[in-house]
Design a protein around this ligand. Structure first.
Ligand SMILES: [Zn+2]
Length: 664
């Protein structure tokens, strides 16, 4: 038989194909021509058939498919270590997104991707699935370095670093996909971020685009219990059926996380051949829960393994993820035989490639597939000795003792990217210097922001900035009856009456110049005494009184008022107040015209702490002269309400309610 030509012949290897039958050869050999694998098999058989330009002796090494990182956001290498040990919403909305809005640009994305690619190569990854902004620049940097990637342009309903409106990012995605479709290394894709960050309209538009170009669609699904709860209360069903209703699964879906899904949802994913990306480190670090990985594999889903973004993980080390996936699955199912090493490794190779919908070209060492492979050294101290009795021993050795720096050589698409731990043609130090420069600028930005509560408020999207000046007088009232009777008298025109139950939480800061932040939950009380329509508002109260008129009428200023869009827990964790005071009160409120001036009259009963009744009269004002005038009318109004003789109070409820120790 005539010898056939190959570019490379890799021989004398412990060869794991990780194909469906888990063929192994030792000594094994593999022949490569151009970008593809020509043949795989026992060394003797392959060596007899192929003559290669270069023959490589792989003694002491495992030859296996390159690892597939099934879910990440690679440019976030530049945000690694920015903020840690926080809850997902505080981390994302409080730190990552504000910094991204300020710093993420095509240059940022390019640098972050370059650094990520070098880390991926060093740790044996030949292919990754990515979702980020300016995704074309991820694709470009990855292609230049030579890695394979499925790159999704992210789409969100909020303004993002690359789009003020989602239509812009959708248009960018369209152009990106059209331009990159058919590239030898890059599969363009689209990434509606998640059900809670997109609208139905966005989700449907992305499906349309994915179908039009037959490209994968990447999305986060059921990452947290909260997402699942919200989906049930908002749509009356869990996330997967809801997305099914929107026909999302008509596209080739890669679903990241799937932590909180049940068997019915798994079957839906299977029915539509959706891939799943399991992210053990990210789920553990953010305490998102435990994905039902063994069950998903049992029913036949293609479950890959991902690192998630390096800002949440915080690295791109797939060896660590594979080991964690195996260990977690055992504990979740209370069964040490669950998810054996061999299966774990197949998740990081064949199943991962299938999940990315590119299983036809990569993920295993089989003839016809692209030459995406790695050589892993098995002679280190931690990898010794080697038992050869059980062929599965090699899988266990890789998963339980293998380290990412055992990876010596990496080839993608028939081209060497790393030989003998030397990455070819890249200047690591220069990239790291540039990354440090970004870190310095981001630190400075955050230090500036942390100096004021107002700038922290604005950073989380509180765009309603409003200063309001008020003339106010407050009187302690023994009995509310005379006031209620006075309100009936002629001379006062009542425009509106309201009744509320108010729960106020004041956040106090060590530096009084920061002001005080009040989180108010208002329950509207109907005429028949029922509570309805809770409202949540946030007010930043300035540090000092503006002015003090004669007879204790005050001019005060509140610097900011906005609907509270996050939970109180979020604000507490984000602002980290030095102290908190809670006040609960019953408030009857009238908007009135008195002597030609508009006033608010509040008749308050402080229930917690129990401080009795107070009467407040307030009027908005904009100038000193107007304030002077309104202070006089306020005095008259108090007299009209039979309250001018009561004890005048110049303190806020906060100061009245505050325990004495807070004064120090
Ligand atoms: Zn993610």
């Amino acid at each position: 038989m005539a010898m056939k030509n190959a570019d490379y012949l890799l021989k004398n290897a412990a060869l794991l194909t990780l194909d469906e039958q888990y063929h192994t050869y030792e000594p094994g050999a593999l022949a490569i021509a151009g970008d593809s694998i020509l043949a795989v098999g026992p060394e003797q058989q392959i060596a007899e058939q192929y003559r290669a330009n270069e023959t490589i002796d792989c003694a002491g090494k495992v030859l296996m498919p390159g690892l597939v990182n099934a879910h990440t956001h690679v440019p976030m290498t530049l945000l690694r270590g920015l903020a840690d040990d926080l809850r997902l919403d505080v981390w994302l909305m409080g730190f990552i997104m504000p910094v991204e809005r300020q710093f993420v640009s095509p240059e940022f994305v390019r640098l972050g991707t370059q650094i990520a690619c070098l880390e991926l190569i060093r740790t044996g990854v030949t292919c990754f699935a990515d979702m980020y902004y300016f995704e074309e620049h991820v694709a470009r940097a990855a292609a230049e370095i030579g890695l394979r990637a499925v790159c999704a342009q992210s789409i969100l309903k909020f303004p993002t670093p690359d789009a003020q409106f989602f239509e812009e990012s959708l248009a960018a995605a369209h152009e990106f996909i059209e331009k990159w479709k058919g590239h030898p290394l890059i599969v363009p894709s689209i990434g509606p971020h998640a059900v809670y960050t997109c609208t139905d309209e966005i989700l449907q538009a992305t499906v349309e685009l994915a179908l039009k170009f037959d490209v994968p669609l990447q999305i986060h699904i059921a990452e947290t219990a909260l997402e699942e709860e919200n989906s049930r209360s908002e749509y009356g069903m869990p996330v997967v059926p809801y997305l099914k209703k929107l026909q999302l699964f008509d596209a080739k879906v890669l679903a990241a996380h799937c932590v909180h899904i049940d068997e019915g949802e798994m079957n839906t994913l299977l029915h539509y051949q959706a891939g799943v990306a399991h992210n053990p480190s990210s789920n553990l670090k953010l305490a998102s829960g435990f994905a039902p990985v063994s069950k998903m594999l049992d029913i036949g889903l293609n479950v890959g393994i991902g690192t998630d973004g390096p800002a949440s993980n915080n690295d791109l080390d797939m060896f660590e993820e594979i080991r964690l996936a195996a260990l977690l699955a055992k504990n979740v199912s209370n069964d040490p035989t669950a998810l054996p090493a061999r299966t774990a490794l197949s998740m990081a190779t064949r199943l991962g490639a299938n999940a990315l919908h590119i299983g036809d070209i990569t993920g295993t060492l089989e003839p016809g597939k692209r030459a995406d492979l790695i050589l892993v050294e098995m002679t280190g101290l931690h990898a010794s000795p080697r038992f050869r009795r059980d062929p599965n021993g090699l899988y266990a050795q890789l998963v339980y003792t293998g380290k990412s720096n055992d990876v010596r050589d990496v080839m993608v698409n028939g081209r060497w990217l790393m030989r003998d731990r030397q990455i070819i043609g890249q200047d690591e130090n220069e990239l790291l210097r540039q990354a440090d420069e970004y870190a310095r600028q981001i630190d400075a930005f955050l230090i500036r922001r942390e100096k004021s509560v107002l700038s922290k408020l604005i950073a989380i999207g509180g765009t309603v900035e409003e200063e309001s000046f008020e003339v106010q007088a407050k009187v302690r009232v023994q009995d509310p009856k005379p006031v209620l009777e006075a309100l009936e008298k002629p001379g006062l025109e009542i425009l509106r009456t309201r009744h509320y139950h108010e729960f106020d939480t004041y956040f106090l800061f060590a530096d009084p110049e920061m002001g005080t932040l009040r989180y108010r939950e208002d329950e509207f009380i109907t005429a028949d005494g029922q509570a309805s329509q809770a409202r949540y508002r946030l007010t930043l109260i300035g540090a000092a009184r503006e002015h003090h008129f004669r007879s204790d009428v005050l001019l005060s200023r509140s610097r900011y008022l906005a609907p509270a869009t996050y939970s109180m827990r979020f604000y507490r964790e984000y602002f980290k107040p030095f102290d908190e005071v809670s006040i609960e009160k019953d408030r009857q409120r009238w908007r009135v015209i008195f002597r030609g001036t508009e006033f608010y009259i509040n008749l308050d009963r402080l229930d917690h702490p129990n401080l009795g009744y107070f009467l407040e009269v307030k009027s908005r004002t904009w100038s000193r002269r107007d304030a002077e005038h309104k202070a006089n009318v306020a005095e008259e109004l108090l007299e009209f309400l039979s309250a001018s003789q009561g004890e005048r109070v110049t303190k806020d409820y906060l100061d009245l309610a505050r325990p004495p120790h807070s004064y120090v």
